[in-house]
Design a protein around this ligand. Structure first.
Ligand code: FES
Ligand code: FES
Length: 168
């Protein structure tokens, strides 16, 4: 058995699971975070993408005991506490990206990780960063457009409030 203690979407979690249990099953079966999906189970499709300390990982093939003491973010943890959507989620809505939707939480988590390190990605940057996320519905053109839109929204979203605005 493995004792786990980690932070999930800002909340402390402690639980015991069988050794070697993939993080995906801990999230879905033990913690009811079902927004993260099971696709291939082999680290090949990206449907199970979550963030470990801000970096994207494939939770289907990541042993849960390796996350102890660390921070996990899932799709459920992206929006602000007041339910304001993350710019990537907002852009996804504006561009009507999903078709069946199955791959989309993984796509969004990879896009968020891309924009955290590159605020103005070009098409080649996007294709490189998103190449591990497969969409059987072929939503790739809309994903690309949505990431460009999210980059625009992120500038506004993270714009510091000036003193004059704060006082008005
Ligand atoms: S389900 Fe994890 S990469 Fe496919
Ligand atoms: S929207 Fe259907 S698999 Fe991507």
């Amino acid at each position: 058995m493995a004792e786990l203690s980690f932070t999930l979407n800002g909340q402390a979690q402690s639980l015991t699971v069988d050794s070697g249990t993939p993080l995906l099953w801990v999230l879905r079966e033990h913690l009811a975070m079902t927004g993260t999906k099971f696709g291939c189970g082999m680290g090949l499709c990206g449907a199970c993408t979550v963030h470990l300390d801000g970096n994207p990982i494939r939770s289907c093939s990541y042993p849960a005991e390796f996350v102890s003491g660390r921070h996990i973010t899932t799709i459920e943890g992206l929006a602000a506490k007041d339910d304001t959507l993350h710019p990537v989620q907002q852009a996804w809505l504006e561009m009507n990206v999903p078709q069946c939707g199955y791959c989309q939480s993984g796509q969004i988590m990879s896009a968020v990780a891309l924009l955290a390190t590159n605020q103005s990605p070009n098409d080649a940057d996007i294709d490189a960063a998103m190449s591990g996320n497969i969409c059987r519905c072929g939503t790739y053109p809309r994903i690309r457009k949505a990431i460009h839109r999210a980059a625009e929204l992120s500038v506004q979203y993270y714009q510091p409030v000036t003193n004059a605005e704060a006082e008005s």
